[in-house]
Design a binder for this molecule. Structure first.
Ligand SMILES: Cc1cc2nc3c(=O)[nH]c(=O)nc-3n(C[C@H](O)[C@H](O)[C@H](O)COP(=O)(O)OP(=O)(O)OC[C@H]3O[C@@H](n4cnc5c(N)ncnc54)[C@H](O)[C@@H]3O)c2cc1C
Length: 385
């Protein structure tokens, strides 16, 4: 069978894979994206696009389309601990960009896919497809892949954007050792209320609870909650929402009463296990990883999708230098790891410190960092934290 030569094979088409495909595609490279799921995936809970992620989309010319697809510009978040206001994060003061954007990750991903489909015939998007066989020319250097539809591809570089259970990471022989938290996250959508329309409000409770209220789309409230596993199960078992409303009132201020009143049915809450890791090795041979395949961060930071987008921006420009003959592939991939590993690790550690200190007001307040929360990437901030 004829082997199809391509520049980059991207395994997995979440937000990281989609942005990387767009970035490489607009530079003219031949890209194939292999995604096991169908084009439309379920919502995954990520809604906060912060300045560091916005910057990458802006550099790629995708910011106007992000806003046109319903991205909602916001400036402030109030953070409460045990019902008392602990901090107001005002992006106009903490970051040059001055705002963040609320947009479900899945809507953002579909927008990027539309841009690829309408502009970039050199990028092939293959849904409901998997790699079934891999041939190596030398250790860690993939020369050919066979796909479940029978196609054979001959890629120069293989990128694993395939999430927490990454197959490319397994091909690289790298362990993840992801620590899974005892408090899963649940999220659901309710009608928009005045308090939610006004401002994002994040509530933390010393009994290891979390509730975050913010708007999505034009007329909806997203409520993200997190409680110790058994407690969450008990609260959600009462499908009338009464048990959950009562528990929320123990640490959510009266400013959000109108939003709590909307919680009258718990059956739509979707649960997601959450974990924390930043693996040591991001690449080997002609394989490289990005996004949740290399790191997962506690969602209290609201930065996993941002980190995946930033990884994609960084990797695409280094691969461009490689394809232009300016640097070798090992140099490009080493530079990628050198730039991204400390940032990803810093955010993962920051999220872990926050997640481990809910029970202690002083400790949580000391760990909370406005700049890191706002996706500041100055290395001095990570060192100081
Ligand atoms: C509750 C919750 C709330 C969150 N909130 C935020 C937030 O507000 N802001 C934020 O920035 N981040 C947030 N995150 C994190 C964010 O959702 C993720 O970090 C981000 O979506 C990861 O993107 P990714 O592209 O790396 O991986 P994924 O989205 O996991 O994509 C991986 C893709 O690879 C595919 N795949 C896997 N294996 C294979 C295979 N063998 N072959 C082919 N395809 C494969 C999968 O089907 C999937 O489509 C949150 C996470 C959770 C759990």
């Amino acid at each position: 069978m004829k082997q199809d030569k391509i520049d980059v094979l991207i395994n997995g088409c979440g937000i990281g894979g989609a942005v990387l495909a767009y970035a490489l595609g607009r530079q003219g490279y031949r890209v194939a994206v292999v995604e096991q799921a169908s084009r439309e995936r379920n919502l995954n809970g990520a809604d906060l696009l912060k300045p560091a992620g916005i910057q990458v989309l802006d550099d790629l010319g995708l910011l106007p389309a992000t806003l046109a697809h319903g991205g909602r510009v916001r400036h402030e978040v109030e953070v409460f601990h045990d019902g008392e206001l602990m901090a107001t994060i005002d992006y106009r003061y903490i970051n040059e960009r001055g705002y963040f954007i609320l947009i479900p990750c899945e809507h953002l991903r579909r927008m990027v896919l539309q841009q690829i489909e309408s502009q970039l015939p050199n990028v092939r998007l293959l849904y409901q497809t998997r790699v079934t066989d891999v041939e190596y020319s030398e250790p860690d250097h993939i020369s050919n892949v066979t796909l479940s539809d029978g196609q054979q591809l001959h890629p120069q570089v293989v990128v694993g954007c395939d999430g927490v259970s990454s197959m490319v990471r397994r091909w690289l022989g790298v362990q993840s050792n992801r620590q899974v938290y005892d408090e899963p996250m649940y999220f659901a959508t309710f009608p928009l209320t005045t308090s939610v329309d006004q401002r994002n409000r994040l509530y933390i409770d010393s009994g290891r609870g979390l509730a975050y209220f913010y708007p999505v789309a034009r007329d909806q409230t997203r409520l993200v909650i997190c409680f110790p596993r058994e407690e969450a199960r008990t609260l959600l078992q009462d499908t009338s929402g009464e048990a959950l409303r009562t528990r929320l009132r123990t640490f959510v201020s009266s400013a959000s009463d109108d939003a709590i009143a909307m919680v009258t049915d718990t059956r739509d809450f979707k649960g997601i296990p959450i974990g924390s890791v930043n693996i040591d090795r991001y690449h080997g041979g002609n394989m490289v990883l990005l996004g949740d395949a290399i790191h997962t961060v506690h969602p209290i930071t609201g930065q996993g999708m941002n980190l995946a987008i930033e990884d994609a921006g960084c990797l695409s420009s280094l691969l461009d230098q490689y394809f232009q003959g300016q640097i070798t592939l090992p140099t490009a991939l080493a530079a990628y790891q050198q730039e991204r590993h400390p940032i990803n690790g810093g955010v993962v550690e920051y999220g872990h410190r926050l997640a481990s200190s809910f029970h202690d007001h002083r400790c949580f307040a000391a760990n909370f960092n406005l700049h890191l929360q706002g996706s500041g990437r100055n290395p001095a901030m990570f060192n100081a934290a």
